[in-house]
Ligand binder design. Sequence first.
Ligand SMILES: Cc1cc2nc3c(=O)[nH]c(=O)nc-3n(C[C@H](O)[C@H](O)[C@H](O)COP(=O)(O)OP(=O)(O)OC[C@H]3O[C@@H](n4cnc5c(N)ncnc54)[C@H](O)[C@@H]3O)c2cc1C
Length: 287
Amino acid sequence: MLQLDYVAPTTADEAVRALGGGQAKVLAGGTDLLVQMRSGRVRPQRIVDLKRIPGLIGVREEAGGFVIGAATPGAVLGEHKALVKAWPGVVEAANLIGSTQVQGRASIAGNLCNASPAADSVPAIIAARAVAVVIGAKGRREVPVEAIAVAPGKTSLAPDEFVLEIRLPARPARAGDAYLRSIPRTEMDIAVVGAGVNLILNPDGGVAEAHVALGAVAPTALLVPEAGAAIIGSKLDEAALERLDAAARAACRPISDKRGTADYRIKIAGVLARRAAKIAYQRASEA
Ligand SMILES: Cc1cc2nc3c(=O)[nH]c(=O)nc-3n(C[C@H](O)[C@H](O)[C@H](O)COP(=O)(O)OP(=O)(O)OC[C@H]3O[C@@H](n4cnc5c(N)ncnc54)[C@H](O)[C@@H]3O)c2cc1C
């Protein structure tokens, strides 16, 4: 019989020690991990629950930015007024995950570390230029969130490492972000394509900074610098949106599966990037 050990450390260092020795899995909300264990896809010998480590559930403001504890459920993010105001796109992406019940548990760090190419919050936090603080036996390091997933279901984390927190940068005036996904149903489905856009505007309304990220169009979520560059200096006129659309489509390397063909995904990536950019622009104009 498979023996399963469950530990709930109360410090990060204890968690790192518990992860050492292999065959251990981190538990945050469990909305992916428990499903995968039930299906037999993963068979850890030890579960290391992060939720009792102080600071791992909750959001704090620091140096004008936000620090999201790695086990913070999506529902908590949606209740945090300052976070919603500063990063509406990140919060809307997190709040698209699953149902109300799932929202009570699912974390964005879990969404990131599960390494699904279609994870909803990941394009939004990549576009936000978020950083993951990773801790392990060799100490702490800060990693741009796009460097965590390396392939479907695989991360760049060492076996004794875990994500302690996600850091969102300080927000200047005239900044806005947005996330949109396409799914076959209205809810409770996996993105066929997801697009996150994060903009900062000049006082005259021109785009000063633009970050565009796409999900479900490659083995991992993609930061698409060419799509951001395509709209710099513009006021998001039709020509700029056309350049953005083309750059987003050019970055896609999707598969065809039962939820969409590769050609469909490429087309929709351009459409969603345009639409998310328009929403982010509107939000930035009003911020
Ligand atoms: C009914 C249902 C609907 C869903 N709908 C969606 C959806 O619409 N969109 C979507 O993107 N996802 C969806 N999911 C998937 C899942 O809810 C999300 O991926 C969720 O964000 C995972 O977070 P979690 O905290 O539950 O992670 P867990 O299940 O606890 O962990 C997921 C994986 O990441 C690892 N991990 C977790 N936290 C860390 C950490 N801090 N450091 C290192 N590794 C870590 C775990 O070991 C595990 O491998 C759905 C799941 C269910 C069951």
